[in-house]
Ligand binder design. Sequence first.
Ligand code: ACO
Length: 326
Amino acid sequence: TVDGVVKALSTDLTAECLPEDDEDGADVIQFHPAFTYPIYGEHERIFGYKGLRIQLSYAAGSLATLFEVDYAKRIEQMESTLSVPLKADDVDGPMRSVLAQNICNTREEFAQRVAFDTQAFRPIGQKVHEYKGTREAEGDEQLRYEIYESGFESSEFRAYHERMQTLVLFFIEGAQFIDMDDERWRVFTVFERLDINGVASYSLVGFCTMYRFFHWPDRKRPRISQFLILPPFQGQGHGSSLYRFIYSMVLASPEYADLSVEDPSEAFDDMRDRNDMRYLLKHKAFDHITCAPVSRSDIVELQRRFKLSMRQMTRCLEIALLQRIK
Ligand code: ACO
């Protein structure tokens, strides 16, 4: 039975990305991965099955995980006219190699974990920011969003990150797992907090990993490495809220020189350009610049003042100059 499943996120390679209740009326949101090649190879195909269904279910907050594979027939069970025996691809091994070690073994175990975690799970790390979202709460409910900062010195967070990191493979092109033994990583997680009758329940909205490089002589140069807002929460301003928080933290801290981003996707660039431009225009960054060409010393001065990478500062300056063309 899945009676205990109150809220779960499920990545199903066969289902449509649609919110729906499961057969027991539990609050389940289903969505597809954008990429499966890191697990099943560049053609994203699995050979040898009829009606193959691979389902990964996650508890929305704790990310307790259940991995299920289902199919109507394997090629070994099908009639073949070929003399050479055909073998179906391994579905289990490649997926298990990217999942955390301690996942649930049965649906019953997963249902119990979800039922327990829905009320008991609390985000790990230090709460560094909170904000209101666009989604409206209903009746007695209270809804808000909280950002937590964590590091791998916490064994509890390492275990959480082991469950969370699989998601980067599904949604960030070219993503790889990071080295949890390197203390220069910081991780920011965003959670939706729903209070019903005074009881809080958390769902993971997204996260960002940040690496702190050394900046000569005594500062740090933070670089955003992986940035992900889960599909059910995309397009609601959460990516912007997380990015703005990280940028404001970099601006406020004298130990940080500037903020850069590792191999940004087009969607990320778009989100960053919009947020950086709003900030720069609000702080009158370009008011003294009337037209191109802009001297290198002016650009360096802007880059240092606003702590953006040289590439991003030049990009924003170009957008500002283009906006002035009538
Ligand atoms: N294409 C074009 N514009 C977009 C897209 C997109 N795919 N996504 C967001 N935007 C725009 C929005 O229109 C919005 O504009 P506005 O502020 O003027 O209204 C702005 O960007 C911000 O939108 P948000 O709702 O804050 O963006 P969201 O919460 O969806 O986060 C993100 C954006 C991070 C790209 C998210 O959609 C995501 O995680 N996508 C999948 C994974 C990914 O691409 N991650 C980034 C990889 S790069 C890296 O990791 C360093």
